[in-house]
Ligand binder design. Structure first.
Ligand SMILES: [Mn+2]
Length: 420
């Protein structure tokens, strides 16, 4: 009997706050401990180990200290890139961990003479399981990899086979992701024993004709955006353990508790800022928040007053004084009838960024087709991701500027016209 652990979307470093980072570390520690206790043959992570391609070195150091324990226990760690792990140009942390022997990147691809994408299998020495994987890549490029995939070759391989991927499947997409890119299942090779998914931040298991077991573990801890709300509401987080001999015998979800949460939602519609503040402080005062992560969503349109009238700092301080571990107000969907300039609301910053770009891309005059329409909006998001990168410690101002300019030009695919 063999076993492996299937983990996905850890998003280490997604939060700056030390309290959440500490919880994130504990969850990883607990996960590694469970994998060792369960004596799994290997661990497979299907992308987004880190929240960004070049994370804070303190986050990297902490995680290596923990992941090393797998290595010391003789448990190999296999991984593919997630959409957050890759960097538009240059080396990502996943490459460094691969070089250092902490993990093995199992996406090994090449193109044959006819332009087909050939994927090589990675064979786990102890269990004999064969893993083929497709990492997340830039929007557009990824679907091309699937389109050109030599499926026959993958399908004819004998043995216990796992297909690792990071992305949505068109037929299985949850409604909240209906706008993101997805690949039709027909482009996946058939007949693998297990399809190990990542990217979809919602735990689920599926079976489709020809595709026996498709599993998304969802985020291990809490990811970002709406994930922390779901965790606070009590949605289970964790990973899968799959037992197999020649075929799969069991597929089990192993929960890992991140924190005790409290989620509250307030609708501001019909209230003025003064009334909302009163409502917030009264209801929050009644909550038992001791030792909990408290997430509060405030939405709707105030009938009067400004959103700035709500003293969120004061409300937060009160909750912390009463023992809350961490407090987060999501007020991206709060607006007011009174004029406040060009304010856009949405569920979280990512949604707001995407809809802003999509709304405004039409007003940008460009000749390059990849900078127009939805693809243009995707490029803009890509560019924003690069521009958010901070200067690394030890990096000169000039080096920093150079790196940002180079990555930006490359991400927009305008290298040829600009290279001199
Ligand atoms: Mn993710």
């Amino acid at each position: 009997m063999h076993r492996f652990a299937h983990i996905s979307d850890i998003h280490l470093g997604a939060y700056r706050e030390p309290e959440i980072r500490e919880l994130e570390k504990q969850v990883l520690e607990e996960t590694v401990k469970k994998c060792i206790e369960l004596r799994v043959d290997f661990v497979l992570v299907c992308g987004d180990i880190y929240h960004v391609g070049i994370p804070d070195l303190s986050v990297v150091n902490d995680s290596i200290l923990i992941l090393r324990k797998l290595q010391l226990a003789g448990i190999p760690l296999y991984a593919i890139y997630g959409s957050h792990d890759y960097t538009p140009n240059g080396t990502s942390i996943i490459d460094i961990l691969d070089t250092a022997g902490i993990l093995t990147n199992v996406m090994k691809s090449r193109k044959d003479d006819e332009g087909y994408v050939i994927l090589e299998f990675t064979t786990d020495p102890k269990s004999g399981a064969k893993i083929a994987g497709i990492s997340a890549r830039r929007v557009g490029l990824e679907s091309k990899t699937y389109e050109d995939l030599d499926r026959k070759r993958l399908e004819s391989e004998k043995g216990f086979k796992i297909f690792a991927f990071h992305g949505g499947i068109a037929e299985l997409k949850p409604t909240f992701l209906s706008e993101t890119e997805a690949v039709p299942i027909s482009e996946f090779p058939k007949g693998f024993d297990y399809y190990a998914g990542g990217h979809i931040h919602q735990k689920d298991e599926f079976t489709l004709p020809g595709y026996s077991k498709i599993v998304f573990p969802g985020p291990l801890f809490t990811g970002y955006g709406r994930d922390i709300e779901d965790t606070a509401k009590g949605v289970a987080r964790g990973f899968y353990v799959v037992a197999f001999e020649e075929k799969i015998t069991t597929v089990e979800f192993v929960p890992v508790k991140g924190f005790d949460g409290e989620f509250q939602e307030f609708n501001a519609t019909g209230k003025n800022s003064h009334e909302l503040m009163k409502d917030l402080s009264q209801r929050l005062d009644r909550l038992d928040v001791n030792g909990k992560v408290v997430i509060i969503r405030v939405k709707g349109e105030l009938s009067g007053g400004r959103t700035n009238d709500i003293d969120f700092q004061l409300l937060r301080r009160n909750l912390l004084t009463r023992g809350a571990l961490f407090v987060l107000f999501n007020r991206f969907s709060l607006s007011t009838k009174e004029f406040e300039g060009n304010r856009v609301s949405g569920e979280d910053p990512q949604t707001i960024e995407t809809s802003l770009f999509k709304e405004n891309i039409g007003s940008v005059k460009v000749t390059q087709s990849n900078l127009k329409g939805d693809e243009g909006a995707a490029s803009a998001i890509e560019l924003l991701k690069i521009l958010k990168q901070q200067q690394k410690s030890g990096e000169t101002k000039l080096g920093y500027a150079d790196r940002i300019v180079k990555s930006s030009v490359e991400s927009l695919n305008i290298t040829e016209e600009f290279s001199q």
